[in-house]
Design a protein around this ligand. Sequence first.
Ligand code: SAM
Length: 151
Amino acid sequence: MNKQKGVIPSTAQICAHQLNWSRCSFTDDFGRIREQLPLCATFDVVIASDCLFFREFHEDLVEALSVMMTPVSGIALLFQPARDGTMRAFLELCKDLFVVEVLEDYFEELSCARDMYRVESTTRTPPARVSPSNGYNDDIHFPLLCILRWK
Ligand SMILES: C[S@@+](CC[C@H](N)C(=O)[O-])C[C@H]1O[C@@H](n2cnc3c(N)ncnc32)[C@H](O)[C@@H]1O
């Protein structure tokens, strides 16, 4: 969230807290956050990036999201590459609670950059200054957007 760039008004109050979503720590961490935000016991929007790679914490993260998201209207925006099936495995666990939407082209600049990297990584005779293989791989590098809404 870039307050300096004017995306968020300078009058907005922003605070940061550690939140471990593992079952053993989540209740304590989220409890401390709730104590400081008494009027905001749940969140209308939860944003997470690159947090679905850890299969062992998938169940805990679904549980944590379900506690944090405002009932009925709350949403979660999760950005991450598909990364070896980890994203799909997580979404599979979400299906009982949430309606899941997966978007690839949600931000024009990002899609343009992806298209450029794809071309570069497959060019056999690359133009000067472009390496024959830049190592780009959608599965590893391109962040898909998953939107979770309550069922
Ligand atoms: C791949 S990094 C993502 C970094 C993030 N996109 C960023 O730009 O800062 C994954 C993050 O998830 C955190 N993480 C992994 N398991 C966690 C858990 N159970 N609770 C809280 N954070 C966890 C790691 O500490 C790490 O910071």
